[in-house]
Design a binder for this molecule. Structure first.
Ligand code: C5P
Length: 227
């Protein structure tokens, strides 16, 4: 099994959570969301190291948390950018070692180890692999509040992180996106721009991103179920 480095953008403001501070500092079962997420990778023997992008003013708080929660694998903390893609680009520039890298939202603490393993395996063989789940709802395209089209659901996937890539491929995609002024909503989009096929690895519906206050309630339930 190939080892990997994980890049974790953690420099968001979490406006949709409405906490008034970085939502990653909110607690689930008494532990900050960020520490739950880092703990997944701390415990994974195949994870060689973590690179975090953070807001410079939050760095001291995060350093204290790493100590308090016994997180030892953080190799670098780089300043995040105004957009998530820029925060990830800063992590990409900080990594030098090649191999397979994962990009994972620090706000998704419930990712399963077997999904991580599969992503690394597929990215190692083919270059790019992303986690996703089949769409459960019926999806319609609307114009001015009127349905224009119902999309064939059998082809639709809801995409999550982690997204795994051979490092050289992700670096090339990131540099091209920056040169082109292209802003994607995930890393797969910038790799797709290179014309490289991106494979889907089926993940689980509980790999939710802590985005709004309802997600915290769901998160508490998921933690109880796992304990
Ligand atoms: O806002 P959202 O939850 O979609 O962000 C996903 C992840 O990206 C979060 O972990 C957040 O901290 C991070 N992020 C970042 N830099 C930004 C915006 C978001 O590192 N400018």
């Amino acid at each position: 099994m190939e080892t990997y480095t994980v890049m974790l953008p953690a420099a968001g403001s979490g406006r949709r959570m409405g906490a008034g501070f970085n939502k990653l500092f909110l607690e689930l079962a008494g532990k900050p969301i960020l520490m739950h997420t880092l703990d997944v990778f701390e415990r994974d023997h195949n994870c060689e190291g973590m690179i975090l992008s953070v807001k410079p003013e939050e760095r001291p708080t995060i350093e204290q948390m790493l100590q308090a929660y016994g997180i030892t694998k953080v190799k670098a903390m780089v300043p995040g950018g105004a957009e998530r893609q820029q925060s990830v680009a800063a992590c990409i520039q900080a990594h030098q070692d090649g191999g397979v890298v994962l990009v994972h939202d620090a706000a998704r603490p419930f990712i399963h180890q077997d999904v991580i393993r599969k992503l690394v395996e597929v990215a190692s063989e083919y270059g790019a692999a992303i986690a996703g789940v089949p769409v459960k709802d019926t999806i319609k395209v609307t114009v001015d509040g009127v349905v224009e089209q119902t999309v064939d659901r059998s082809k639709l996937w809801s995409i999550q992180t982690p997204q795994a890539f051979r490092y050289e491929l992700l670096k090339e995609a990131s540099e091209k996106a920056e040169a082109d002024g292209f802003l994607g909503t995930d890393e797969s989009m910038i790799v797709e721009q290179l014309g490289v096929p991106v494979r889907i690895v089926e993940s689980t519906y509980d790999n939710v991103k802590m985005t709004t206050s309802e997600d915290l309630l769901f998160g508490e339930v998921l933690l109880k179920r796992r304990q």
